[in-house]
Write a protein that binds this ligand. Sequence first.
Ligand SMILES: Nc1ncnc2c1ncn2[C@@H]1O[C@H](COP(=O)(O)OP(=O)(O)OP(=O)(O)O)[C@@H](O)[C@H]1O
Length: 304
Amino acid sequence: MTTIEVRGLTKTYGPDLVVDDLSFTVEPGHVTGFLGPNGAGKSTTMRMILGLAAPTKGSVRVGGREYARLPVPLTEVGALLDAAALHPARRADDHLLAIAQSNGIGRRRVAEVLTMVGLDKIGRRRAGGFSLGMRQRLGIAAALLGDPRILIFDEPVNGLDPEGIRWIRDFMRKLAADGRSVLCSSHLMSEMAVTADHLVVIGRGRLIADTSMSEFTRSHGDGTVLVRAQVADELARHLTAAGGVVRGGPERSLIVTGLDSTEIGRLAAVHGVALSELTPRTPSLEDVFMELTQDSVEYAGAAV
Ligand SMILES: Nc1ncnc2c1ncn2[C@@H]1O[C@H](COP(=O)(O)OP(=O)(O)OP(=O)(O)O)[C@@H](O)[C@H]1O
């Protein structure tokens, strides 16, 4: 079994309810994006999945068992929580070897994971001199040591340059394509839009959405279509007569609601109106996310 099953998970710190009756399942073969505004409870949830924090209520099963009951956890689940958690004076390969040996994993696997993350040429260098991108790769190498079927990444692309972001994105997608379960937290919506297949969205510790990426934007979309025609006014009349709601868009375009692009194309053809553009518009993941979580952000900025 390669799933993560979170059931009724709850965590309080003193009077603060940080994770509130959260239930979701992370399935193999997908990158599951774990989204939420700052302070939503993502890291706390991940720490409970990994047995680093005790739930106040509820349960988590990793590969069918509680983390504490996994005989060799590293072979079941690998995690990148904080890439800065390195001994700066230690060489990269020694860092990995220490983790490997304490889990009964051999030296050969250290060389393998260094190659997988592209650090094989610099494995003898001290981690203290590594860039953030290299540290992230080293952290991922550590997570892969036990060849686990489940991987958890907490904000893996934070602070990385575009090349580093692309590398991590492609790597996560490859891990999922191998049939692994990948759970990746982020508050970067645009990044998740091109990385994740499935989304679990939380706000103030509560589940807001648990859905496929396409369903997420589709079900929350306003379903507008952008249309351009030489005779925009005439087209607008026909569309309105057919039950559409039409308003002016950028650069003399029309934004239509209430009719889909097939229907608009058909009406244009029937009335002999040539179209130069017909674009269904789904809202960006960021738009949907902002709308869904607006009540659950910790500190909202004033409009400027
Ligand atoms: N050990 C702790 N003691 C008290 N409060 C804590 C502790 N750990 C986390 N919290 C609080 O729990 C809330 C959720 O924090 P958490 O780090 O899980 O959120 P997050 O979604 O990962 O946020 P971010 O995107 O900012 O990392 C925050 O309000 C935080 O201050």
